[in-house]
Design a protein around this ligand. Structure first.
Ligand code: 4AD
Ligand code: MG
Length: 462
């Protein structure tokens, strides 16, 4: 019988002992007794490591000292019922091969390290239980995002990463240029851009929305899921300069349809993580945030609240608690306000909608009151804003006027405006920050620890 390589996840879930198998992975620990060595092997297929017993007469045993913490090994043998507590099976090795040795300087010798330290070894932290679990969850949730939309008939649109448009109009954009030296460094005039790669100013996208809207007005239900880039200089635990955003867009729909879609989506993802990622999630419940299971259950068992911005301001102004930032109608909500609304007042996720026009983006649909737009933010416990969305201004004249009022050039948005001339229809969408979702789902409190290689101000390691 040929020897087959089996992922540890599959072995641990086996129904019965198996013969002639091979396991490949990294040694987490080794304990030596006089006649045996016990190796804990992890191959990343799941959180739990497989215990392997290597006896002194096993082929390759002479190299056992090289099977040190962190080394890469190959083991052949049979899966047998384990006499040890807490595991059904173990591997009785018939052959040990050292694939890659690992000297003592390996920084992951002890079991627990601080997140801060692990960020300094971003190329190795994936080998810890916690980061292995995190990035398996991230992978599974990415899959769940597609599963949710695909099962509802949405089409996945790849929107461009390099763009000539500024979606949010906030100006927090990274420039893309091939101009070298002095001309690239100084503030560039129009003539210089003519010499640049695209012959005009180019940036990394802050959102796929404007592009995906054009496809929404053809395919009705679409979404994009890709990296977005913002150069806002906010060095917080919830902002990254490169993050992933999921942006669905639905045609013939209004703000209330949009909020319903957002609620269904968030519920689906939490339900998914609770059932699909049980083992990895348990690690976060044990070591990171003991409240996480209760918080997820709480969200799943309650309907999300919906409150107009004006009412939210009233609630905050009559709160017994005092806030660092004073509030009046027209001010943006700070994190302390968001958290008060969710954690102290509503005790469940809440949509705040109908926001003041002047603090929101140009494309949002203007309400009849002349003051507000059909925008919504979804606030969740611990995180604050998880989602931002809106019904879009589908009326050509209103949109054109708004672009001019804000001092933007309508010619820069000619194609976007065109979609309002040719068969315009009410439509709405939102953006969910994928890292914020991961923080919410695992209880991890810093965005740097939910993305493989975080990009934040003054930090571009790895
Ligand atoms: O509220 P935002 O800015 O909305 C948009 O970009 C819209 N174009 C979306 C749309 O309607 N299609 O961003 C959406 C979400 C936020 O709610 C937040 O979760 C996340 O993206 N986000 C960030 N996540 C990490 N780091 C940052 N710097 C983020 N900025 C926004
Ligand atoms: Mg927002």
């Amino acid at each position: 019988m040929p020897v087959t390589r089996v992922p540890i996840r599959e072995l641990l879930a086996a129904e019965a002992p198996r013969r002639e198998i091979e396991v490949a992975g990294w040694v987490r620990t080794r304990r030596d007794s006089r006649e045996f060595s016990f190796l804990e092997i992890n191959d990343g297929s799941c959180l739990t490591s497989l215990q392997a017993v290597v006896a002194f007469d096993t082929e390759g045993y002479a190299q056992i000292k090289d099977a040190s913490t962190g080394s890469a090994v190959l083991l052949q043998g049979e899966l047998i019922a384990s006499p040890a507590k807490g595991q059904r099976f173990e591997l009785k090795a018939s052959r040990l091969t050292i694939v890659g040795t690992c000297p003592e300087e390996y920084p992951l010798q002890k079991k627990r390290h601080s997140d801060e330290f692990l960020r300094t070894i971003g190329h190795l932290r994936s080998r810890t239980n916690k980061y292995g679990a995190m990035f398996r969850i991230r992978s599974r949730l990415s899959f769940a995002v597609h599963q949710f939309f695909q099962s509802k008939g949405f089409h996945y649109i790849h929107t461009p990463i390099i763009t000539g448009a500024d979606c949010e109009g906030a100006g927090d954009m990274f420039r893309v240029t091939t101009l070298q030296g002095a001309s690239g460094a100084r503030a560039l005039g129009e003539r210089d851009f003519a010499d640049d790669f695209f012959g005009q100013e180019a940036h990394l996208t802050v959102s796929g929305q404007l592009a995906v809207e054009t496809y929404c007005l053809a395919l009705s239900k679409v979404y994009t899921f890709g990296p977005t880039f913002r150069s806002e200089n906010s060095n917080t635990s919830r902002h990254a300069a490169e993050f992933w955003m999921i942006e669905p867009e639905i045609a013939f729909a209004n703000l209330h349809d949009d909020m319903q879609l957002a609620e269904d989506f968030v519920r689906y993802l939490l339900e998914f993580v609770r059932t699909d990622c049980r083992e990895d999630l348990a690690l976060f419940a044990q070591f990171v945030d003991p409240e996480i299971t209760a918080r997820i259950d709480g969200v799943l068992n309650s309907e999300f609240a919906r409150v107009q911005y004006g009412e939210a301001i009233d609630i905050l102004n009559s709160a017994k608690q005092s806030f660092e930032f004073a509030l009046a109608w027209g001010s943006d909500l700070q994190s302390e306000h968001e958290r008060y609304l969710v954690e102290q007042h509503f005790h469940r996720p809440v949509f705040v909608y109908d926001w003041p026009r002047d603090i929101k983006a140009f494309y949002m649909r203007q309400n009849d009151d002349q003051k507000t737009v059909a925008a919504m933010d979804l606030l969740v416990p611990k995180i604050g804003e998880l989602i931002g969305g809106s019904q879009r201004e589908e009326r050509h004249d209103r949109l054109h006027t708004r672009i001019e009022e804000l001092g933007f050039k309508p010619t820069d948005y000619w194609w976007y405006l065109d979609t309002r001339r040719f068969g315009s229809a009410p439509h709405a969408g939102f953006g969910l920050g994928f890292e914020r979702l991961l923080m919410f789902a695992t209880g991890v409190s810093n965005i740097r620890d939910v993305i493989p290689f975080p990009r934040t101000p003054k930090n571009l390691d790895f």
